[in-house]
Design a protein around this ligand. Structure first.
Ligand code: TXA
Ligand code: MG
Length: 372
């Protein structure tokens, strides 16, 4: 990654929205809270400000940015036209975790769209975020505020871990509510094409559109995805990751067969699976700490030739909403724990589970095992 001259990163609070909005307007980089993940914000009409986003993230220049607006009236000067279905999507899902791509107007710099003719727009549900955009008075370009390829940040601490010294400020508004990014869609005729699954599910889109399909590139690796960012390795922690999907007892059986092969293994599990595992291994955790926002972290040794098992529990059962909520923070927490292999209990590809499993597929480089 290119070396940048370090800048002092201010940590702001939600009382500082006036300052944050002003910094954004004048071209500074400010990490902003949204309901999905923290974004790395900059003035979306200023090419030089967006250049700084690409440099700070180490992001490939063909991967376009989402412009964030504070209301629908901001959209009109950024797009050439709005179709009735696009209008319905905005009326139904904004403010919220839905990003819609439109034919861009001349006002939108090519820098925002990586040279594409369409611009991606989203109006976030997070009120502090919308207030900052209103004060800035311009659309705010904001990719997730991680270094390219790493898990997205859902807390200000995670932003600082990747971006301290590279951005002017971060606005700390606590953990993000949803935990995975927005759904990115493109409308073609009467069809909504999902380019990236996210916070607004296919089932939700089907309530207002007759035809909702996934971009075929999402399940065919030989095709170029319409959202350029989907082709890159992503969300990856530092160690190898395997994802197991199945009943708790099937997951436990598979974990038991792997434990002896690793010195230090990480487990990201539901409470239910964890309880069965403890029973099966006949051990009790030696330490339980609350040192992350994720619910519980336990570490213990097994057998004479001690192996360490580091576990984080993400929820009662392997249910998409809680897994989404804890996903990136969990992956980042394991980076600190120096494990040789991370096993993640996945969930069904239903509702928000489609987005969660899409992120886990990227994080694991495709190492997903269905064991039912
Ligand atoms: O929830 C979110 O969407 C977060 C928060 C900060 O709003 N933002 C985010 O941005 O996830 P980023 O840059 O990490 O991901 C944007 C995705 C990428 O896959 C990119 O390729 C796609 O949206 N995208 C952006 N503009 C596009 C366009 N004009 N056409 C197709 N895909 C586009
Ligand atoms: Mg991202």
């Amino acid at each position: 990654m290119e070396a940048l001259d370090p800048i002092e990163t201010q940590v702001l609070t939600t009382d500082d929205v006036e300052l944050a909005g002003t910094l954004l307007r004048v071209g500074d980089l400010v990490a902003i809270p949204t309901e999905t993940v923290y974004g790395l914000g900059a003035n979306g009409l200023a090419a030089d400000a967006m250049d700084r986003i690409y440099a700070a993230k180490g992001r490939p220049s063909d991967n376009p940015l989402i412009l964030h607006v504070c209301n629908q009236s901001m959209v009109h000067r950024l797009v050439r036209h709005i179709t009735p279905l696009e209008q319905t999507l905005m009326d139904t899902f904004w403010p919220g975790p839905l990003t819609i791509t439109f034919e861009k107007s001349a006002l939108v710099p090519e820098r925002a769209t990586g040279g594409l003719s369409r611009v991606a727009l989203r109006c976030p549900a997070h009120e502090v975020c919308r207030e900052m955009i209103r004060i800035a008075g311009v659309p705010i370009a904001a990719p997730s505020a991680n270094r390219s390829g790493r898990p997205s940040p859902t807390t200000a601490e995670a932003v600082l871990h990747d971006m301290k010294g590279r951005i002017h400020a971060v606005v700390d508004a606590g953990p993000c509510e949803i935990g995975v990014e927005s759904t990115v869609v493109q409308v073609e005729g009467d069809t909504v094409i999902i380019l990236r699954p996210g916070g607004v599910t296919k089932e939700m889109l089907e309530m207002v559109a007759d035809h909702v399909v996934y971009d075929t590139a999402l399940h065919d690796p030989t095709e170029a995805p319409k959202a350029p960012g989907m082709k890159y390795r992503h969300y990856a922690p530092d160690m190898p990751v395997q994802v197991l999907v199945g009943s708790s007892s099937a997951v436990v059986e598979s974990i038991q067969s792997k434990v002896p092969m690793y010195k230090r293994i990480g487990l990201f599990l539901s409470q239910q699976t964890w309880d069965i595992l403890i029973e099966a291994l006949g051990i009790k955790p030696t330490t339980i700490s609350e040192d992350t926002h994720v619910s519980q972290l336990a570490s213990f040794g097994v057998g004479a030739d001690t192996q360490d098992i580091v576990t984080i529990i993400f929820g009662e059962t392997a249910e998409p909403v809680s897994l989404a909520n804890q996903l990136y923070e969990g992956l980042l927490a394991f980076n600190e724990k120096d494990v040789d292999l991370l096993i993640v209990e996945g969930c069904k590809k239903e509702g928000l589970g489609v987005a969660v499993m899409n992120r886990l597929e990227k994080a694991s480089g495709g190492q997903i095992y269905i064991i039912e």
